[in-house]
Ligand binder design. Sequence first.
Ligand code: SAH
Ligand code: SF4
Length: 372
Amino acid sequence: MSLSPRLRTGLNKRPTSVRTPLTMAYLIPPEQLGSLLNGHPPYRSDQLRQWLYEHPVLEAADMTNLPGEVRADLSETLWPFVVDVEQTGDAGRTRKWLFRCDKDASIEAVLMGYPKRVTLCLSSQAGCAMGCTFCATGQFGFDRQLDPGEIVAQVAYAQAHLRRYPLPDSPDRLSNIVFMGMGEPLANYANVREALRRMIEVMHIGARHITVSTVGITPGIRKLADEPWQVGLALSLHAADDELRETLVPINRRYPIRDLVDACAYYFEKKGRRVSIEWTMMEGTNDTPEQAAKLATIARELRAHVNVINLNPTPLSVERPSDTLTVEDFIADLRSYGVAATFRETRGQDIDAACGQLRVLRSRGGGTGLSQ
Ligand code: SAH
Ligand code: SF4
């Protein structure tokens, strides 16, 4: 599977350094789309909003009920990014894009198909300032915040692409969204909030099908808890005591585990939704019975489900993935303490789909390009 040559050319020919917010359709709040349609009757902005958010299409030419000149105007300014790389992996069930927003910002999004659902993993920032030692995005630093439109356009693009090029043996509609691509969503709070609002209130994606994953920005967790939407929260814990966590996740010095757990308990209380805990297994570091026991205490307090994944090795980290037996023992230990824990397969290992890896390869001139 790949983009048709015509479409690929069309997407890539747009000058990439030009960023003109007033003409890029997704960079304008959906309620203000009329500003793009001067001289047209007001119902045209409703039609455009529907094309952008409810039935997204890859090309403006397909917005069949809009006049030809509007479609022509939009043809170069529909997406706020160009597709730099598209890859497919896992026998076509995983599709990954590297989008270039401008010369300073590239972001990644990954679409994963399953028999009953399709999940999009999207980016909330270009790069990340949190510096987690095992994460490719963290290793290469922060470029800039993403606009709400750049976040929500990843959803619209994936939806449009999925419609035109369905994944094998999966639904042709996006069902779940996870903020697990590049960036720390709660460090770009206002823009993430506006992106969530558009997804939920304009695209009509169920809030319960959206998960915000955070390294643990305590004030952001509390703010999100006070928002009106039942969005899921995943806490990337990875270490169950402050001493170890500080070595893997530097921001833990500012927001230590006790504060995080209190903020997650507040989230649970406000939303009635359990938080999930993400745990990336690193050999000899956080895969020990001691860590399992401490993690179980935290998970039980929060009544949280633990998602265990194995490390995707990155170029700049000394950490290695744990071996299969250790992973199995760790999960068995958690269960013996009464904690629900699941091992999650990492998708897209054949296409560098670990957080931030595609961008790393690209910036070194070693991109692998489109796979067929
Ligand atoms: N910044 C947010 C969301 C993006 S990272 C967060 O940290 O939660 C999404 C998930 O990928 C996090 O759980 C993160 O810890 C995990 N992750 C990062 N680098 C990884 C790697 N090399 N292998 C496996 N998981 C990784
Ligand atoms: Fe940022 Fe999340 Fe990577 Fe940490 S794991 S550096 S918070 S993207």
